[in-house]
Design a protein around this ligand. Structure first.
Ligand SMILES: [Zn+2]
Length: 323
């Protein structure tokens, strides 16, 4: 009786209003858990689809859209990385739909990040047990090894993916439903875009337009991530708590890539929100080897792969003592 009496007492006006606001927000459509993810929503639901929509509407624009298509392709992987570590939305339905959307632009079900990245890479951090460790093919670091590594990872990750699919399929769990829905989203979106392009512009021009605005960018997205993983760990020391990762610290690059350049702190706290990484990196920087603080991936590629073959001072030196 006492409980009934207590529940009948109305809460203070301000408390009930804020509670109502919070309740409304939690059931709204595309409401992010973190306010800064309004930018994630704009990138994910507007910028990424804008490339195929514009390209299929105005096929003459397709070649000119290629730089933006490559950026959004890279972003599809960055946004996926953020999402698999820290869910973007409050509602489960929004998260599931967002997973399907990202899968279309990443070219495969984003659930594949769970066995390869979340459960594997973050567990072994480029150590001897990691299937995609950067020294697996060679202790040397040059452009040829970077390219070989990127394509070899597709083969090295395959057993992890097969095992994951078998595991979730046998349980018929929510993970299986997500994987299946993401696969169907990729299939329908790509065949649909291809069919629309061919219907509007004929087989030759239609297929070329589809390839430029969706097919090629989504094929490159996983390769971009594997190549980035190489840049982030090659010639680092996986046995060191401080020097296992390379950081790309350009403010402009980190704005464009949602702070994904700060890799040491990402391994320290994988589920931290991307907006926290700059401050976390500032605290962590004094303990990290100075050679692992690089301006940007672009400068690293130019110095390591274009200048390094001719000028030894531009080559990286492994911090791992045993190599
Ligand atoms: Zn990660």
């Amino acid at each position: 009786m006492e409980a009934v009496a207590l529940s009948a007492v109305p809460p203070p006006a301000s408390q009930s209003a804020s509670a109502r606001r919070a309740r409304r927000a939690s059931f709204g459509f595309l409401v992010p858990r973190n306010r800064s993810d309004v930018r994630t929503v704009i990138w994910g639901w507007l910028l990424l689809p804008s490339v195929p929509i514009l390209g299929l509407s105005f096929p003459r624009l397709a070649p000119w859209l290629l730089p933006l298509a490559l950026y959004t392709s890279y972003c599809s992987a960055v946004l996926t990385h953020n999402h698999v570590h820290a869910r973007v939305f409050r509602s489960r339905l929004d998260n599931d739909l967002y997973g399907m959307l990202l899968s279309v632009f990443w070219g495969s079900p984003i659930a594949f990040w769970l066995p390869t990245h979340v459960e594997h890479h973050h567990r072994y951090v480029d150590g001897p047990e990691e299937a995609t460790r950067t020294r697996r093919r060679s202790p040397n670091h040059n452009l040829w090894q970077a390219v070989l590594y990127t394509f070899s990872c597709v083969v090295w990750e395959w057993p992890l993916l097969v095992e994951y699919v078998k595991r979730v399929r046998s349980r018929r769990s929510r993970a299986w439903a997500n994987l299946r829905n993401q696969f169907l989203a990729v299939l329908f979106a790509h065949t649909g875009a291809m069919a629309v392009a061919i219907a509007l512009y004929g087989p030759g021009r239609g297929l070329l337009t589809y390839a430029l605005v969706l097919g090629l960018p989504s094929t490159l997205a996983p390769l971009f991530m594997l190549f980035t993983n190489y840049l982030q760990h090659v010639h680092c020391d996986p046995s060191s708590p401080d020097n296992h990762s390379r950081n790309f610290i350009s403010p402009a690059l980190n704005w464009l890539l949602f702070n994904n350049g700060y890799h040491t702190v990402h391994h320290d706290r994988p589920s931290a929100h991307w907006t926290q990484y700059q401050a976390l990196h500032k605290q962590r920087a004094p303990s990290i080897h100075p050679s692992l603080m690089v301006h940007s991936m672009q400068t690293f590629c130019v110095t390591s792969y274009l200048l390094g073959p001719f000028f030894p001072r531009f080559r990286t030196r492994s911090l791992l003592k045993t190599t």
